[in-house]
Design a protein around this ligand. Structure first.
Ligand code: NAD
Length: 424
C-alpha cells in the first residue's frame, strides 16, 4: 500500500464506533433495557499513561500507553497488549469491548480488557524493548493482577514480552506471580499449545463451518491477510487438512501462487528475511488485492477495518474466518450477508487464544500443568460448543453469525450484571 494513500482503517469509522454499532444491533434484538444498555456500551476503566524510557544512545523518550477494562461482571478482565505506531485509545476501547463478548461467547469466566503502547518495536533494540515493556508494566500495575486484569500477547508482542511483564510485577510483589499474564514462555509457567491456540481454535470452527456450508476443505483455496501469531500457524493447519494457501500478505507486501504456497517454507523464509515478500515460487501482488482473489476461504489475520463498504462487494470467498479482531465494518457485514457469504465473527473465530490463556491462568494458579493433548482437546470442545450455540442463536433470531455471537455474548454479560445488581 502506498504511504500517501489513506489505509482502509483510516477511511473507515472509528473502531469503537464499529463496536458500539454492533452492540446496538444485538441490544435491539434482545430488547435490552436502557440502563443496562448504557452500562454495557461503555468501558468501565480507561487508563492512559505517558512514561519515559532511556534509549540506547542515552536520550530519553516519552511513550504513550493505554490499558482499558470494558467489563468485569463475569470475572477478572482479560485481553492482549499491542505495540504498534497506530495504537489509539479508541482502538483499545473497541478491542476491550470485543474481549468481553469473546469471553462470554466461549463461556470462560473473564471480563474484557485490552492495552497498547504507541511505538514501532521494529525500530527498538531488544534492550530498549525490554525497558519499555518493564516501565509500561509498572505504570499499569495499579490495575493489573492475577485476580484483577491479566494481559496477553497481541500484535507485535511475544512470549518474551509477557515474561518481562511477569518478572516486573513479581519483583514489585516480592514473589513470583505467573498468573498475572498469559502467553508466557513454558519455562516460567506458560501453557502447552498457547502459541498456536488462536489458529487452532479458528481451524476448529472453520471445520464446523465448512461442514455446515458443504465446502470441502481438501482442495479449498485459502487467502490469508497477516502472517504472524494468528495467521502463520493457521496456514499450516489448513494446509495439513489439504487446503491450498494461494496468497498471503504481511505489513511489507503480499505473495501469490494459484497452485499453492508451502506454509512451513514461508514461515522459515519470513523468520530469516522479516517478510513473506520475495518467497521463491511466488508472484508479488498488491496486498489489498488479495482480499478479492477468487478463493473459497478468506482469513483476515492482521488489523481492523480491512473489509469495508468499499471492497465487500468484490470479495469472492464463500467463507470468511476472522482471525483478526474487527477486520470487517458494519457496512461490509450488511453487503456480505446479502451476498450469502458465511462469516465466522472474530469474537467466535479467534477465541482459541483467550481460551488457552484461561487454561494457562488456571494451571498457574494451581501449579499443575497439562500436556498438549489435554489442552487441544479441551480447546476443541469449547470451540465446537461455542460454534453450535452461535449457529443456533443465528437460526433462532434469523440473523447472521456476527449478530448471533453478539446476542449470545451480550445476553450472558447482561444476565451476570442483572444478577449482581447495582452497587450501592
Ligand atoms: P502479529 O504481530 O504476530 O502479526 C500480525 C501480522 O499482520 C504480521 O505478519 C504483520 O506483518 C501483518 N500486518 C500488519 N499490517 C498489515 C497490513 N496492513 N496488511 C497485511 N498484513 C499486515 O499479531 P497477531 O497476534 O497475529 O495478531 C493479528 C490479529 O489477530 C490482530 O487483530 C489480533 O488482535 C488478533 N488476535 C490475536 C491473538 C493472539 O493470540 N495473538 C488472539 C486473538 C486475536
Amino acid at each position: 500500500m502506498s504511504m500517501s494513500q489513506p489505509s482502509p482503517a483510516q477511511l473507515a469509522d472509528s473502531a469503537f464506533n464499529t463496536a458500539q454499532k454492533q452492540f446496538d444491533i444485538a441490544a435491539d434484538l434482545l430488547q435490552l433495557d436502557g440502563n443496562l444498555r448504557d452500562i454495557l456500551r461503555n468501558c468501565k476503566r480507561e487508563l492512559t499513561v505517558h512514561f519515559p524510557v532511556k534509549m540506547d544512545d542515552g536520550s530519553v523518550r516519552v511513550f504513550e500507553g493505554f490499558r482499558v477494562q470494558h467489563n468485569i461482571a463475569r470475572g477478572p478482565a482479560k485481553g492482549g497488549l499491542r505495540f504498534h505506531p497506530m495504537v489509539t485509545l479508541d482502538e483499545v476501547k473497541a478491542l476491550a469491548m470485543w474481549m468481553t463478548w469473546k469471553c462470554a461467547v466461549v463461556g470462560i469466566p473473564f471480563g474484557g480488557a485490552k492495552g497498547g503502547v504507541v511505538c514501532d518495536p521494529k525500530k527498538l533494540s531488544l534492550s530498549e524493548l525490554e525497558r519499555l515493556t518493564r516501565r509500561f508494566a509498572t505504570e499499569i500495575s495499579i490495575i493489573i493482577g492475577p485476580d484483577r486484569d491479566i494481559p496477553a500477547p497481541d500484535v507485535n508482542t511475544s512470549p518474551q514480552v509477557m515474561g518481562w511483564i511477569m518478572d516486573t510485577y513479581s519483583m514489585a510483589i516480592g514473589h513470583s506471580v505467573p498468573a498475572v499474564v498469559t502467553g508466557k514462555p513454558l519455562s516460567i509457567g506458560g501453557s502447552e499449545g498457547r502459541l498456536e491456540a488462536t489458529a487452532r481454535g479458528a481451524v476448529d470452527v472453520i471445520v464446523e463451518a465448512a461442514k455446515y456450508r458443504q465446502i470441502p476443505l481438501k482442495g479449498a483455496r485459502v487467502v490469508i491477510q497477516g502472517f504472524g501469531n494468528a495467521g502463520s500457524p493457521l496456514a499450516s493447519f489448513l494446509h495439513q487438512l489439504g487446503s491450498q494457501i494461494i496468497a498471503v500478505s504481511d505489513s511489507s507486501g503480499a505473495v501469490h501462487n494459484p497452485r499453492g504456497l508451502d506454509p512451513s517454507g514461508l514461515r522459515m523464509y519470513k523468520r530469516e528475511t522479516g517478510s513473506v515478500v520475495g518467497f521463491p515460487n511466488s508472484e508479488p501482488i498488491d496486498p489489498m488485492r488479495i482480499l478479492d482473489l477468487p478463493c473459497d476461504i478468506l482469513v483476515p489475520a492482521a488489523l481492523e477495518s480491512q473489509i469495508t463498504g468499499r471492497n465487500a462487494d468484490r470479495i469472492q470467498a464463500k467463507l470468511i474466518a476472522e482471525a483478526a479482531n474487527g477486520p470487517t465494518t458494519p457496512e461490509a457485514d450488511e453487503i456480505l450477508t446479502e451476498r450469502g457469504v458465511f462469516l465466522l465473527p472474530d469474537i467466535l473465530c479467534n477465541a482459541g487464544g483467550v481460551t488457552v490463556s484461561y487454561f494457562e491462568w488456571v494451571q498457574d494458579l494451581q501449579s499443575f500443568f497439562w500436556d498438549e493433548g489435554e489442552v487441544n482437546e479441551r480447546l476443541e470442545r469449547i470451540m465446537i460448543r461455542a460454534f453450535r450455540s452461535v449457529l443456533q442463536t443465528a437460526e433462532q433470531y434469523k440473523v447472521n453469525m456476527r449478530t448471533a455471537a453478539q446476542v449470545l455474548a451480550i445476553s450472558r454479560v447482561a444476565e451476570a450484571t442483572r444478577t449482581r445488581g447495582l452497587f450501592p
